[in-house]
Design a protein around this ligand. Structure first.
Ligand code: ZN
Ligand code: ZN
Length: 261
């Protein structure tokens, strides 16, 4: 499995893009920077898109993807709350309804609701939606294939280590939005700091006796440098493989082994 980090931040600047991951060129997770990061040909290869929650930095490019790739139907998997946000506010409201265009029989986008703890097959991958603790309803996803598995928490505060009752991925893709100096803001908004991530990793190690490799994304551009410094120290302290994401980074998951390309 090749995981391409298209956007690794929660804010957009010249040098940072909103969160999106692309697996093997065909399965997208969240849509913060899907269209601006890919050629038209690459966008047309996407078979399915999985959305974690309705915050704007995760759904922004759904509409532009629908417009660009109307010659084929792509499936959008997400909890009903996200699909409702799309149909109540975007499709047919501030943009054309690509769930009915170019024709209701063969629309550009098809909406597929998912439920936490109910596995679903998406574009050939086994996908398990699991609830996480954010300030709006949010699900993370375990994605598995013959090459291994990863769990993408999307935006979350502490508590997801409890999910290791249900999963044991090779790679954890999670967020650190704020440096520890801004932990109060992380608490209010349902996000992690390096210190809060440390607590989750210790709990996972306690439950499982080992840690998965960790890929961190969703940094605030203003806190990026401080977060990277703290995570370097955390990786050393826990003797853990903590990779901090960048726009364009590709991570290979092969027979359960992780390699940054
Ligand atoms: Zn969010
Ligand atoms: Zn976000």
């Amino acid at each position: 499995m090749e995981i391409h980090v298209l956007g690794a931040h929660n804010g957009e600047t010249r040098d940072s893009k909103l969160v999106s991951l692309l697996v093997d060129g065909i399965l997208a997770l969240d849509a913060g920077s899907l269209t601006g990061s890919l050629t038209m040909e690459e966008q047309e290869k996407i078979i399915a898109l999985i959305l974690s929650h309705h915050h704007f930095d995760h759904i922004r490019d759904v509409a532009t993807l629908g417009l660009n790739t109307y010659t084929s139907t792509k499936q959008i998997f997400s909890p009903p709350s996200v699909l409702e946000a799309l149909t109540n506010h975007i499709f047919g409201h501030i943009y054309p309804d690509f769930t009915r265009l170019p024709s209701p029989q063969a629309p550009s986008l098809r909406l597929c609701p998912v439920e936490p703890f109910r596995p679903v097959s998406v574009a050939g991958y086994q996908v398990l939606p699991l609830p996480v603790n954010h300030n709006v309803p949010t699900v993370g996803y375990q994605v598995a294939s013959a090459s291994g598995s990863f769990f993408y928490t999307s935006d979350t505060g502490p508590g997801f280590s409890n999910l290791w009752e249900h999963i044991s991925p090779h790679l954890l893709i999670t967020e650190v939005t704020f440096p520890t100096s801004r932990e109060e803001m992380a608490g209010i908004t349902g996000h992690l700091t390096p210190r809060l991530l440390r607590g989750e990793l210790l709990e996972i190690r306690k439950r499982q006796g080992r840690l998965p490799a960790v890929l961190v994304i969703h940094m605030s551009p203003a806190g990026d440098e401080e977060i990277r410094g703290e995570l370097k120290g955390l990786g050393r302290e826990l003797e853990a493989s903590i990779i901090v994401g960048n726009e364009g980074m590709k991570v290979l998951l092969d027979a359960g082994n992780i390699r940054v390309l």
